[in-house]
Design a protein around this ligand. Structure first.
Ligand SMILES: [Zn+2]
Length: 251
């Protein structure tokens, strides 16, 4: 079984001003849980010019006013970019922090500063490496920032899974990936707060393995970016199940 490339930096363990539940231990626990199946890759921070296809100058400057946060936010976006570039030949999972999908063109919030997955997709588009992509959002919450950024972009479609039951989650998920082959790459906003003991109260730990295996089977080029997931006791186990499903499907 091959390992999974995982853009990750110890800098993601930095303490910075955020809400209590978005603490560095989330990433530290996941790191331990997936280390035996992962090839960790140090990302490089993105440049401001990589942010501007997604964010306004004023939003970028508002984060720059907090240098420590800016340093880790551009590295997190760089982790997503690294994952997107690796996805051209193998399927990575970006273990990054801060998360990104609530950051829009001219706003941020929900523990997000820059929209990591959007910056990564736009970087591939600007580089001429891809043209069309769906973003499949399996996080419990609606990726309002991602929607805002791609609102007028017919080439990037946003598929939010908002299941009201476990069964309905999988119905929506299958619908979200059924036409994936018609795109150049598939991106997944991989949140784990749909877990039965997390805010969503929907999925079993084993369901994340099913999700990983199914999304791995939908396209040759896929990259996943860590978003939410706050039930620390089982977060490592839940996130581990996702690449386990990927690797099993691809072995
Ligand atoms: Zn969430």
């Amino acid at each position: 079984m091959r390992s999974m490339p995982v853009p990750y930096s110890d800098l993601f363990l930095t303490e910075y001003a955020t809400i209590d539940c978005e603490f560095p231990h989330r990433v530290a626990d996941i790191y331990l849980a997936i280390s035996s199946i992962s090839e960790f890759i140090e990302p490089e921070p993105v440049d401001v010019e990589d942010l501007l296809p997604c964010h306004s100058t004023s939003l970028v400057e508002s984060v720059q006013n907090h240098p420590e946060v800016f340093q880790i936010a551009v590295l997190s976006a760089g982790g997503a970019v690294k994952a997107a570039e690796i996805a051209l030949y193998w399927s990575p999972f970006a273990l990054i922090r801060p998360l990104g999908y609530h950051a829009g063109i001219d706003f941020n919030g929900g523990f997000c500063f820059f929209n990591n997955i959007a910056v990564a997709i736009r970087k591939l588009v600007v580089s001429g490496l891809i043209k069309k992509a769906p973003i499949v959002d399996i996080d419990l919450h609606y990726g309002n920032g991602t929607v805002d950024i791609f609102r007028n972009d017919p080439d990037v479609t946003f598929r939010n899974i908002s299941g009201h039951s476990r069964e309905n989650f999988f119905t929506q998920f299958e619908a979200a990936i059924e036409d994936a082959e018609g795109f150049d790459i598939v991106a997944c906003s991989a949140g784990f707060d749909t877990y039965m003991h997390d805010w969503g109260q929907l999925l079993l730990a084993s369901d994340f393995k099913t999700v990983g295996a199914r999304i791995a089977s939908c396209h040759k080029r896929i990259f996943s970016v860590f978003e939410g997931g706050y039930y620390l006791q089982d977060l490592g186990k839940n996130v581990r199940a996702y690449p386990d499903g990927f690797l099993e499907a691809c072995s």
